[in-house]
Ligand binder design. Sequence first.
Ligand code: IMP
Length: 434
Amino acid sequence: MANVVVIGTQWGDEGKGKVVDLLSAHAKRIVRFQGGNNAGHTLVVHGERFIFHLIPSGILYPDTRCLIGNGVVVDPEVLLEEIKELVDRGIAISPEKLGLSERAHLIMPYHKAIDIAREKAKGDSKIGTTGRGIGPCYEDKVARVGIRAVDLTELDILKEKIRANLGEKNFYLTNLFGCEPLEYQSILEEYLSLSHELSPFIVDVSMELDEAMRRKENILFEGAQGTHLDVDHGTYPFVTSSNPVAATACIGAGIGPKGLGSIVGIVKAYTTRVGSGPFVSELTDDAGNYLQERGQEFGATTGRRRRCGWLDLVAVGYSVRINGINHLAITKLDVLTGLDPINLCIAYEYQGRRLESVPAKLSALYNCNPVYEEIDGWKEDISGARAFEELPKNVQTYVRRIEEFVGVPVSIISVGSGREDTIFCKNPFDDTTA
Ligand code: IMP
């Protein structure tokens, strides 16, 4: 048995979907454990483009089973739409193929309404959320008033919970934000109909994983977002509401810490961020536009233009520490082709002092300057390379410097968007030292 956890080391959008898709070929089960449909994973398989928000990216393999763990917040309407879209494109999705944890919390219409109303009220100080109701749903989970997937199978409880929650949410929405109240009857009818369609998918994910581990099956845990969007370890308050770090695979899927094997950190060859918040190596010049355009840096969920900058190794090193990363996967390396020189951010400078880690104090982070190390760029098209040795010397130097700086070897290098545009140096599932 080997389990692998895939984690974003930056602010999300590192290209986790492609790596999860590749690693899925070696796994029997693929599990999402946090976040919700704020995520957007784009895959290109045989020239066809797929975007998933909730369903694990491994769904395209015929023999894998995909699971949505208890730590995920699920918008039932979005899940059903994704299932339908896949079915329309000829990919069979049945309860044998996909399972939803009975303990996963459901995103309700009032969560979305609150998310949107709050952001609007915040004006310039908004977080720039995806507006999908993620934060308000996690708030209700912790406030112990959330509605869980299992409630879809107990309709009396579902009705009672919707009624109780709606009274409070409508008071909040109308009195604080001047919004129209939401209607009980229409929400109830919508969720009753959704419950009918979703019930067959509802399972005990923790139990299933335990049984799979006893059979020594390979399991892949698919993180969403990135470490710097983590509510504890990220650039708070400009973060998401979950913990997109490796340890969450245990809590959000229901397994013990010893069940985690290799931790693969996904590092995009440069840095991007959507939404507000500090970004030390951000580029607002031609190089930034080059990365944005060549890298097609638009949010898969909201379509927003992503902010772009040089690779921030301080941020990546921090993620290596928080997650215990022992494999790196470098993505979108081909996007850097044509830029010369290329900069790597190797430290921050704050009030004349050199910082080696990300400060917790937001005002300090906003005023940090990047300390750059210059690397020679390259002009060659690298998208056809299938072995490390086939990469031009300057590309090899860039990759080796990343490895050396963060102290973790690179196992996977992505040089294009297709499945085949990949250099596999080492398969994390074969790592017996993990
Ligand atoms: P929320 O997760 O919708 O509450 O948004 C909070 C912050 O996390 C915002 O800055 C979003 O842009 C960011 N965010 C959430 N999900 C993703 C993602 O999958 N990729 C990149 N940024 C994300």
